[in-house]
Design a protein around this ligand. Structure first.
Ligand SMILES: Cc1cc2nc3c(=O)[nH]c(=O)nc-3n(C[C@H](O)[C@H](O)[C@H](O)COP(=O)(O)OP(=O)(O)OC[C@H]3O[C@@H](n4cnc5c(N)ncnc54)[C@H](O)[C@@H]3O)c2cc1C
Length: 483
């Protein structure tokens, strides 16, 4: 089934408890901090119904003939992955910005757990059924599904039980109906999504087999006892003419407090068994990293486009030194493209009989994309020159006293009027220099866990057998070093 934008808007007017800027929010879709990003999410829903986009954003379910969203489709073929990539590109171009947490990038976390059905069934066969049911629910109801991993954690030198236990989300009670949980999670988009897959960040359980902190579940964002305390937004603080991305595409993050929230058994995906929690930590981004890295490819395109338009405007494109800088941006961009292409071309069957992108290419691609992003933003900033941060505002370009001067100094040639130059510089400033830009960079650094976890995923998914064997043969080592 495909929802419309208005159905989505209505679905989040559901009595959820949301605060921002010290005030309670009564109507999330209409609130100035949330409206722009809710409108983008709604637009994505509406696009799926429009002739121009429908073919790229949907597919027909073979079992019932219904149309569903391509982003939620369980990946079984390379074409499924190519279609997902094309859908992301279509959406980014239509909305004119890069947004990440709009559902398709987090749906894949559930497919990872689905791959661990055997482990879940070992614990309790209900859990294996629950994950299969929830995957179908997201697919068939087209709900907006996000991800909650990160707890406030508190003092890491202490065990959870040696400090306020709520620093890590945990179960406090078990009843016939389900489990009651307390704690908090950081979660982008929670305040305007429908539900989240909540799971622990803990990677190392020591020799504990059972723990009240080992729990994974699906939680509706209006559950009783759930409180969304959001960071302040960038929208509405400046003129959209001067900060177009801040005002259009800010993805608001939430500290989501679980104050004794009841999770019914049918929504519990694992509970107490650290083996299931370890499995999901090790495989969480097996699918979803592709949609995440795809976004960074489009950020790279925005940087190349902005820098090249700028150097063309100013007649610097023919300078060899300038071309080399643009080429460095291109190498970054094509490096991401190559990793994604190779990951799909060499895709592997998963334990759950899905098709996962080749893991080593995917995770090394994520490290390439995330670790080089600050350097590439800085290079793009350099190519745009200091004018992106010294240019006067839209209001000055329209004030009768200052307008002639700005028209004089910002009109470059017959192709580039002062208005186009102002627009490009404002866009570049918001892409590279603004508070929104700094936040976006931090999002890409952390939103799929921290850089050390990205490198850990590289280590755990690289096939060491080739290099080890090569050195064993070349150095004349004995067979036993390979065991
Ligand atoms: C903009 C933004 C959006 C986010 N959205 C989401 C979301 O939607 N859902 C979600 O679950 N989370 C989200 N997060 C949280 C994110 O996953 C965490 O910020 C991230 O996992 C790091 O955790 P932390 O902030 O607690 O940092 P810390 O755990 O305090 O770590 C800080 C730094 O300490 C070092 N460090 C800590 N532990 C280790 C270790 N074991 N080994 C080596 N170095 C270590 C690293 O340098 C690390 O970067 C978001 C974060 C940001 C900034």
């Amino acid at each position: 089934m495909l929802r419309t934008g208005d159905q989505y808007r209505d679905s989040i007017r559901d009595g959820r408890e949301v605060w921002v800027d010290g005030k309670k929010v009564e109507n999330v879709p209409n609130h100035p901090v949330f409206k722009p990003i809710v409108d983008i999410r709604a637009r994505i829903y509406d696009m799926a119904h429009e002739n121009e986009f429908s073919k790229k954003l949907t597919y027909q379910d073979e079992s019932n003939g219904e149309k569903n969203c391509i982003g939620s489709k369980l990946p079984k073929t390379q074409n499924d992955w190519l279609a997902k990539r094309e859908a992301i590109k279509t959406i980014m171009y239509e909305i004119g910005a890069v947004v990440t947490r709009v559902g398709d990038e987090t749906a894949g976390e559930m497919w990872s757990l689905y791959d661990g059905t055997d482990i879940l069934n070992e614990v309790d066969p209900r859990f294996g059924e629950n994950i299969a049911d929830h995957i179908q629910k997201v697919l068939k109801s087209d709900i907006f599904h996000v991800s909650a991993n990160t707890d406030p954690k508190g003092d890491r030198s202490k065990l959870p039980q040696d400090q306020d236990p709520d620093m890590l989300l945990h179960a406090v009670k078990e009843t016939d109906e389900g489990i009651v949980v307390r704690g908090a999670k950081y979660e982008t988009a929670a305040a305007y999504a429908n539900q989240a897959f909540v799971k622990p960040t803990i990677a190392n359980w020591g020799d504990q087999k059972l723990s009240n902190y080992a729990l994974g579940f699906i939680c509706p964002m209006n559950a009783k006892g759930l409180k969304h305390i959001c960071r302040s937004g960038f929208a509405g603080r400046s003129n959209p003419e001067d900060y177009p991305l801040s005002n259009r595409a800010d993805e608001v993050d939430t500290l989501l407090v679980f104050d004794n929230v009841m999770i019914p058994w049918e929504d519990v995906l694992f509970y107490q068994h650290t083996k299931a929690a370890t499995f999901i930590r090790g495989t969480l981004h097996r699918y979803s990293a592709l949609a995440f890295v795809e976004r960074i490819l489009h950020i790279a395109d925005l940087m190349i486009g902005t820098a090249l338009h700028n150097v063309r405007q100013t007649g610097l494109e023919s300078q060899q030194a300038v071309r080399e800088k643009i080429s460095t941006l291109i190498c970054y961009r094509e490096g991401i493209e190559a990793h994604l292409t190779a990951a799909i071309a060499n895709a592997e069957k998963s334990p759950g009989d899905l098709l996962m992108p080749q893991q080593s290419f995917l995770y090394t691609g994520r490290v390439h994309a995330c670790s080089q992003l600050p350097k590439m933003m800085h290079l793009a900033r350099e190519l745009c020159g200091g004018q992106i941060c010294v240019t006067p505002d839209h209001a000055d370009f329209n004030n009768t006293e200052t307008q002639p001067w700005l028209e004089k100094f910002y009109s470059i040639n017959e192709k580039w009027s002062s208005e186009d130059r102002r627009r490009l510089l404002a866009f570049g400033r918001d892409l590279l220099n603004s508070s929104y830009a700094g936040h976006k960079l931090t999002f890409q650094l952390f939103a799929q866990s921290a850089p050390f976890a990205h490198l850990n995923a590289v280590y755990n998914n690289f096939d060491f057998s080739g290099p080890l064997d090569f050195v064993k043969r070349s150095a004349g080592l004995s067979e036993k070093v390979m065991k």
